[in-house]
Design a protein around this ligand. Structure first.
Ligand SMILES: [Zn+2]
Length: 435
């Protein structure tokens, strides 16, 4: 007798949809097949699609910048995630420079995340760790973190990590086995000035700065043999430049993440009267860069949302430097990307991030003995999604050029064998820290 049977659905297994029954015991998928077996509970998934619980590798809930805290906490953010089909997300620890600060940074975020209804993990974050790279990487690994994030910019707030330490960290990534996440912008080419307005964002944080830093980092990966993951790549021009100069590194030592908003929107949003609602770093790019991003999507390994939501009133500021940067999108991410990439969106939001961040095959795949994280979809749309569960009072996906109808709809979500959402109704859940 199995605990739960998901019957007659079309499940995404080995990159295609197959009609199977999925049997779950406790928190694991116990067996997959065509036989009908006795279960304590069954769910009829006839006519529905079943995909692995999705993984968002780039999320900021309750991000405290010192001036303001982003509006989705780990509860509202995780509910919104679940309604978007995401059953695992990876958030970030606050930046530290010294190994003595690591433990408290970890404990602080772990405590806040306890209210999450789905599973989660963290990336460590470093800020200019001079003389501390080996110790910090060692502590992160010993605490179960498989990734470390750095910034090549924000020198004005002390967050920039410089070339010597980046090389050290790349060497350590190979030696100790972790992924170095990099926010890549050439610090000498970017900067928000006091008089800058919303529409200045594209020059203040220009595309050339992303391209030049990406190329310089790829050179360091080549020399050190390290493992680098470039977060939120905003432009197809960046990928094109990398693929011309360093084709042998892409998907090997150099991994590319992009976000749904760079595929869906472009800098014309900054001409709107409420253009401030569309501000994030890096900013939206030209229509041409947007097209090139889609043309080069084969080289984009993962889709992360960089979810960092704020209320309208917090974003409505005259000067660019006063606007908190970031947008929410965790609930729309898969719907949007599935429309563009089809099954390619599933791979980039399940198996690929699972493999890069030490979660595979526990997460990211429908397989016997994997965690029973499943998303059940209706696919006879169009469905127009007009509201969501984020604490924010707006979404860039429900207005202007961002409004879209999706052919699929999230119906039910199972996390480790339990319904978090059942037939569009929130049941809640107990997210587990995966460290
Ligand atoms: Zn981010």
């Amino acid at each position: 007798m199995h605990d739960l049977g998901i019957m007659n659905g079309m499940a995404y297994i080995d990159r295609s949809f197959q009609k199977v029954n999925i049997y779950i015991d406790d928190d694991k998928i116990r067996c997959i097949g065509s036989e009908v077996k006795p279960c304590r509970k069954t769910y009829n998934a006839e006519g529905k699609r079943i995909i692995p619980g999705l993984i968002d590798p780039h999320v900021h809930f309750e991000l405290d910048t010192g001036n303001i805290v982003s509006c989705d906490d780990f509860y509202s953010g995780s509910v919104s995630a679940a309604f978007g089909g995401i059953t695992t997300f990876i958030d970030f620890l606050d930046p530290v420079s010294k190994s003595s600060d690591f433990e408290s940074a970890l404990e602080k975020r772990k405590k806040l995340a306890e209210k999450s209804i789905v599973d989660y993990k963290f990336h460590a974050t470093l800020a200019n760790p001079v003389g501390q790279t080996r110790e910090l990487a060692g502590i992160a690994k010993s605490k179960g973190l498989d990734s470390i994030k750095i910034f090549t910019t924000y020198s004005e707030s002390g967050r920039r990590t410089y070339e010597r330490e980046i090389r050290e960290l790349l060497g350590l990534s190979k030696e100790l086995g972790f992924t170095l996440l990099v926010h890549a912008e050439n610090d000498n080419m970017v900067g928000v000035l006091p008089g800058h307005k919303v529409w200045d964002i594209t020059s203040a944080r220009n595309e050339e700065a992303e391209i030049s830093e990406a190329l310089s980092l790829a050179g360091m990966v080549e020399e050190t043999g390290g493992n680098l993951y470039m977060v939120h790549v905003s432009s197809g021009h960046t990928i094109q430049a990398l693929s011309i100069r360093y084709p042998h590194l892409l998907g090997k030592g150099f991994h590319i993440e992009s976000c749904p908003h760079y595929f869906f929107l472009n800098l014309h949003e900054y001409d709107r009267e409420d253009g401030y609602l569309f501000t994030m770093v890096p900013p939206l790019r030209s229509h041409r860069s947007q097209g090139l991003l889609l043309n080069n999507v084969e080289l984009v390994e993962t889709i992360g949302t960089d979810h960092c939501a704020y209320m309208k009133k917090d974003k409505e500021k005259e000067n660019l430097k006063d606007i908190p940067m970031g947008v929410g999108s965790i609930e729309y991410s898969f719907l949007a990307m599935y429309g563009l990439l089809g099954n390619g969106a599933i791979d980039r939001m399940s198996e690929n991030p699972a493999k890069l961040f030490g979660l595979y095959p526990k997460k990211g795949v429908i397989k016997e003995e994997s965690d029973a994280d499943l998303v059940i979809l209706d696919d006879d749309g169009p469905y127009l999604k007009t509201e969501d569960h984020s604490a924010s009072d707006y979404s860039i996906y429900t207005q202007g050029a961002g409004a879209f109808a999706s052919m699929i709809k999230v119906v039910s979500v199972i996390s480790r064998g339990h319904f978090v959402i059942e037939n569009e109704e929130l049941k809640g859940g107990n997210g587990k820290c995966l460290l």
